[in-house]
Design a protein around this ligand. Structure first.
Ligand code: URA
Length: 244
């Protein structure tokens, strides 16, 4: 971490507002390397010891990376005038962060949404050339056929003429109504449109994996947890792999 303003350091490390940080400073509660410091614009480095009310404060991580199990009915956005968003579900704990979903799920879809404030990371994993694999469990209204499997493998041509990159689909249930789809693209309504080409409707759509990291089974719909550093690295690596 580089040198940062003490007030910013406090708001991020303690997840408090600027005015709360200002109050702590003006009351003389903040001590830097053993000396009371009342000025918010003082620059501090990671090597310095900061205490508040006598307790050591550890710098917040530079960026936030969260795994959310999105429930149905929630929109994949930071803000929305009408609907609750994926960021609304986590925002309380991160009042000073500009969080956004790195990749979208439809309002009716459920499962793994990655929420972050790291724009470069999001760009890396969403860039169309980077091909991070994403896996979905999909309920369809017509049983899967060999024609669909082959079409997905070679690249479905959507109704508007766009050719999709090869994807995989296989049946998860004997009757062929429940399938697993793996995509390396993120075109709007992609799975629904790909099945639409075969006249097949999608009833349910759940994302279970991004870049080799599975949605944590302990997360009920609406629950989230931070991604571990290792998980972030694995997803980052998946973005660097070339298409097979
Ligand atoms: N494809 C869709 O059609 N919807 C989603 O939410 C994700 C992929």
């Amino acid at each position: 971490m580089e040198m940062v303003r003490l007030d910013k350091f406090l708001t991020q490390a303690l997840a408090i507002t600027r005015s709360q940080a200002k109050e702590l400073l003006s009351k003389g509660r903040v001590v830097v390397d053993g000396v009371v410091c009342k000025k918010g614009d003082t620059k501090v480095s990671p090597a310095q010891e900061v205490t508040v009310n006598g307790k050591g404060v550890t710098a917040a991580a530079e960026y936030v990376y969260l795994m959310l199990n999105k429930p149905e009915g929630i929109v994949s956005a930071s803000r929305d005038p009408r609907d609750k968003t994926v960021v609304d579900l986590v925002a309380e704990q991160f009042p000073r962060r500009e969080l956004f979903p790195a990749g979208r799920l439809d309002k009716t879809s459920t499962g793994f949404v990655l929420i972050t404030d790291d724009g470069a990371f999001a760009h890396e994993i969403l860039h169309p050339k980077h091909h991070v694999p994403k896996t979905y469990v999909v309920g369809i209204d017509t049983p899967l056929t060999a024609e669909m499997i082959q079409g997905f493998e070679t690249g479905v041509i959507l109704a508007d003429g766009q050719t999709m990159e090869p994807a995989s689909v296989k049946a998860l249930s004997e009757d062929g109504f429940l399938v697993r789809v793996q995509l390396r693209q993120g075109v709007y309504h992609q799975i629904k449109r790909m099945f639409g080409v075969y006249g097949v409707g999608v009833n349910t759509l759940h994302r279970e994996d991004i870049g080799g990291i599975a949605l944590d089974k302990n997360l009920a719909p609406g629950e989230w947890r931070p991604l571990t550093e290792r998980e972030v690295q694995i997803i980052r690596k998946a973005a660097q792999k070339k298409m097979p």
